[in-house]
Design a protein around this ligand. Sequence first.
Ligand code: ZN
Length: 148
Amino acid sequence: MIEIESWPLFGAPAGTTFTSVALPCSRVAHDLLSDPQVMANLANLEWWVGYDPAHPLPAPSTTMGLKADGQAIFGSGIDLGMPVFDLTARLAEAVQDHLTGYEFIQWPACARHHRIMLPGVYESEAWWTCKGPGLHRVRIGEFAVNEP
Ligand SMILES: [Zn+2]
C-alpha cells in the first residue's frame, strides 16, 4: 500500500484533494469516541488514503481506512465523490466491517437492545438503524454512550 495522506481521527486532511471526506470522517470519529471498547483497543487512530499499485481499484474508488499506532489496520475501496450522506454511511460501514470482523467489537451497539446498529441512508441523511424491537435510528455523528 502506498499512503497518499493521513490525518488524526479528529483532524482534517491538509490538502484540498480529500476535503469531501472531512465531514464524514468527523462524524464517524465522534461515534468511535462514544465507544469505550473501541478507544481502549485502538490507540492513536488516524485516517489514511492511499492505493495498492499492484491491485489498482477501478475508478472511482479510492482506498481509505484507519491506522492505529501508525500502522494501517484496514483500507476499503470508497468512492470519495459520493454525496456527503452516502459517503458518511459508506465510511461508517467500512469501519464497522473492520471492527466486527477483525477486532470483534460490536460497534455501535444500541444501548437499549444490545445489538449492532446498521449504517444506511434515509431521506438524504446517514443513520445508524437498530432493528429493534421497534425500529429506531440515530444520526451517524450523533451517537452517544447512552443512545438512544
Ligand atoms: Zn435498539
